[in-house]
Design a protein around this ligand. Structure first.
Ligand SMILES: Nc1ncnc2c1ncn2[C@@H]1O[C@H](COP(=O)(O)OP(=O)(O)OP(=O)(O)O)[C@@H](O)[C@H]1O
Length: 809
């Protein structure tokens, strides 16, 4: 054995050990077996072993040892490792990955041998069914499948009860469809399940644990509206999302691979370089946008997906392919999916596993999709042959009040007819998951007998009534709650494939308390943010720049700027520097400062709300810190915002007057500062006034006041109103530009005899020029006031966003 190199695999957490080997021996595994070996160290050997391709259980490795392409594990003494001999977790162990070696250096080193020429299939069999997709998703973050239960959920809004007594459950691999007439509470229920709306009553449980801040991060919520930046392409959108929401420990290449996989999975390859687009402007189709929306959420490999009307705006074939994709995804990845849907075709309808039918915020049916027609038949409501069952059940909710009451009564937990529809409710409305088979629960086989985490066998109820009397606390460990017990029973329920419920990644039961699997999961979910502040700032800055570029530097904006610059240049063309033209110089300065104040302020005021929609969506899903976004916006957009005023200035100022380079640059910088300050004010108004009309009105009042008190239009403001000028940012910018122009620029000739210069001409002294404008503040004071404006409004904007615009949906 030749050890060619050594690497701590903890620095490459998602790299397969054999991939690590390949990277060190420098061979392309797909062509020929690599020669050599890599010494791979890790603080957690078990994590490496778990990342080995199947078969990876020691006894299975024995069987596979003779197969040339399989991976084999041996210990130092050459014996086949028995489970009890596997290195214990948490100890610093070394794993040697070798091509042909037979032994290890010490007993605490596991020797993982095997040809580096591992078939691709073997490299990707890390998830439930060995799909490549699974490996891709597991690279993002390992997640336990989620069993969702909600019990007696009640909720009110605007003084009205919008949900009451809603219960249901979904297992991993299942899709629950929530249906009901418009306004029946579907979206509200999803909001409750996602934790965005606090219920007044009832509980939402994930794997038996009450929904909390930590668990919320396992949930992805695909909103009904497809909210994106219109100028970015689909691929850019997914890539930025991946960079923001996938942990820093994944390399860029891994994130790219993951995005590629999502694009492939959702069949978006053809349109990946198409702009998202917006109303009346070309871009992705409705179905592509919807899939892009789902793709952004899938990137984080969520255990539980909530989708609000994913089929809205899609034709029937697009809906079919979308739901089929979701169903396959749920099955393959053991994901739990809840979605709301309006009038699915019967083909789509029967793809769902469970159906929750809502009417006026109450349950009209909960159970298997396949049972719903029988359930309605049992109530004397019969479906016509060849009639779409989804249409049929929805129509039943719109019939007479009597019929509706009958349906709602039958759906109540203590209703016999609903129980026979395989609904896991007790008469008290609490959930348990033992199957109901004609009144008595089936006796479980020995292996399926429910057990507490401590190993204590739990009584299997023989009747529904007994199930209600399940022990609240396990006698042995006195820890488990009744909820835990119901989940254990669910796990052990006859008919539920325990193997399938096993987390294939860890080789442990889904519900078992495998500390290592939890460790990995914790690693992914305990951090408040998936990426560091610096990563968020970097990615958001680039994204803001890309997003703003087509908007700020649009052809129309550039035409407008050049046209305006030429007009201003022509109006004030080649002004003579005489006393008579002083007012013209002041006019140009005032016009320029005002125009760019208005341009920047209203630009920010109009654009920020649409930007805010995306930011709200991303903040609600915990993608990044608000501070990172806010700061990145400054650095991402400001360079672009500088371009139009600069373009205007370099055209119009030389047309008006010629000055030294220093004066030229000083005036330009002052004009830019004026624009930046105005942009800060615009952002604040955009944030503070959620209503567009209100924002527009407030902005108009502010800018008109700013102009009136700016110092040019009126120099005889009543003394009791004089203080108002200090609230006008234009006042400071206007003053400073005059100071620079009149002090640093060439002097202004005058026929009067103020000052005689060397050539015999007389000039107006600069002090006289400045005193005429009625200003009294020095240059530094004006500059400080402008900076103060900028800082105060930026901080105010942040405060409003942080404390008054907390995203809920
Ligand atoms: N914040 C709120 N204040 C007052 N009423 C609300 C609020 N949110 C929801 N509602 C009301 O609750 C009911 C359920 O709303 P929800 O949006 O959940 O219905 P839905 O079934 O999703 O409807 P649709 O299918 O039309 O989207 C509606 O009657 C709605 O008017």
């Amino acid at each position: 054995m030749v050890v060619t190199s050594a690497v701590n695999i903890d620095t490459m957490p998602r790299l397969h050990p054999l991939e690590a080997l390949r990277s060190f021996v420098g061979r392309d595994s797909s062509k020929e077996p690599a020669q050599g070996a890599a010494l791979v160290t890790s603080t957690n050997t078990a994590s490496i072993l778990k990342r080995l391709p199947e078969p990876r259980r020691p006894e299975q490795h024995c069987a596979a040892a003779n197969e040339p392409d399989s991976c084999r594990v041996h210990f130092a003494d050459g014996s086949c490792p028995h489970p009890c001999r596997l290195p214990r977790r948490g100890r610093r162990e070394r794993v040697v990955i070798d091509v042909e070696a037979e032994r290890c250096a010490s007993e605490r080193e596991a020797l993982v041998t095997g040809s580096a020429h591992v078939p691709r299939a073997a490299m990707t069999t890390q998830t439930s069914n060995g799909s490549e997709a699974g490996a891709q998703f597991s690279a993002v973050g390992k997640q336990r499948p989620v069993h969702l239960q909600f019990q007696n959920v009640g909720c009110s809004a605007g003084g009205r009860q919008i949900l009451s007594g809603i219960s249901g459950y979904v297992r991993p691999g299942e899709v629950l469809a929530v249906m009901g007439p418009s306004g029946s509470g579907k979206t509200s229920l999803l909001n409750v399940l996602s934790g965005r709306l606090k219920p007044d009553a009832g509980d939402v449980l994930l794997n038996g644990e009450l929904l909390n801040k930590h668990l919320k991060r396992k949930i992805c919520y695909v909103l009904q509206e497809d909210i994106f930046f219109a100028h970015l392409t689909l691929r850019q959108t997914l890539m930025y999302t991946a960079q923001l929401r996938l942990p820093d420990r994944l390399s860029h290449a891994e994130k790219v691979a993951h995005v590629d996989h999502i694009i492939d999975t959702l069949d978006l390859t053809r349109c990946q370089h198409t702009r998202i687009g917006e109303y009346m402007k070309g871009g992705l189709s409705g179905g592509e946008k919807k899939r892009a929306n789902i793709g952004c959420e899938l990137l984080t490999n969520p255990a539980l997906m909530l989708l609000d009307e994913p089929s809205t705006g899609l034709d029937s074939s697009a809906t079919y392919s979308l739901i089929k994709n979701l169903k396959e995804y749920a099955l393959k990845e053991r994901k739990t999916i809840v979605l709301t849907v309006h009038q699915p075709s019967s083909q789509v309808f029967y793809m769902f596993d469970k159906l929750l039918l809502l009417c006026n915020g109450q349950t009209a049916y909960f159970g298997e999709v396949g049972n719903v027609v029988n359930h309605f038949n049992s109530l004397g409501l019969f479906i016509q042959p060849h009639y779409n069952p989804a249409d049929f059940v929805l129509e039943q909710l719109k019939t007479t009040e009597d019929k509706l009451q009958k349906i709602l009564a039958a759906a109540r937990p203590n209703s016999k007819s609903q129980l026979s529809a395989d609904t896991p409710f007790s008469s008290t409305g609490s959930l348990y998951s033992a199957p109901y088979t004609g009144g008595d629960a089936s006796e479980p086989s020995e292996k399926d007998v429910p057990k507490c985490k401590c190993g204590q066998k739990l009584p299997w109820p023989s009747t529904i009534n007994e199930q209600e009397e399940l022990p609240k606390i396990c006698k042995n460990c006195r820890n488990s709650s009744a909820t835990d017990l119901s989940i254990l029973i669910e796990t052990a329920r006859p008919g539920l494939d325990l193997e399938a419920a096993t987390d294939q990644d860890s080789g442990t039961s889904t519900w078992s308390n495998d500390s290592h699997s939890n460790e990995l999961e914790e690693e992914f979910f305990t951090d408040r943010w998936p990426t560091s502040f610096w990563t968020q700032f970097k990615v958001l800055t680039v994204r803001n720049f890309r997003e703003a570029r087509p908007r700020v530097l649009s052809r129309l904006n550039l035409i407008l700027t050049v046209a305006l610059a030429l007009l201003a240049g022509l109006v004030w063309f080649q002004l003579e520097r005489t006393e008579e033209s002083i007012a013209d110089f002041q006019g140009w300065i005032f016009f320029s400062t005002n125009y760019w104040m208005l341009f920047s302020l209203f630009g920010a005021l109009f654009n920020f709300p649409s930007q805010q929609q995306v930011v709200n969506k991303e903040r609600a899903s915990g993608a990044y810190r608000l501070s990172a976004f806010y700061l990145s916006r400054v650095f991402g957009e400001l360079p672009l915002l500088m371009v139009p005023p600069t373009l205007y200035f370099v055209i119009s100022y030389p047309m008006m007057a010629g000055s030294s380079a220093v004066t030229f640059i000083q005036l330009l910088l002052l004009l830019l500062l004026n624009s930046i300050v105005a942009e800060s004010v615009g952002v604040f108004f955009g944030v503070a006034c959620m209503d567009f009309q209100v924002g527009n009105t407030v902005g108009a009042i502010f800018t008109c006041g700013t102009q009136l008190f700016g110092g040019f239009l009126s120099t005889h403001i009543p003394s009791w109103l004089g203080w108002m000028r200090y609230l006008s940012m234009v006042f400071y910018a206007y003053q400073n530009m005059q100071i620079v122009e009149f002090t640093n620029g060439a002097p202004f000739r005058t026929p009067s005899s103020w000052r005689v210069w060397t050539d015999g001409a007389t000039f107006v002294p600069p002090e006289e020029l400045l005193s005429r404008r009625g200003g009294e503040l020095p240059f530094w004071a004006n500059l400080s006031a402008l900076f103060a404006f900028m800082v105060v409004f930026r901080v105010l904007g942040y405060v409003v966003l942080r404390f008054f615009r907390t995203p809920t949906h």
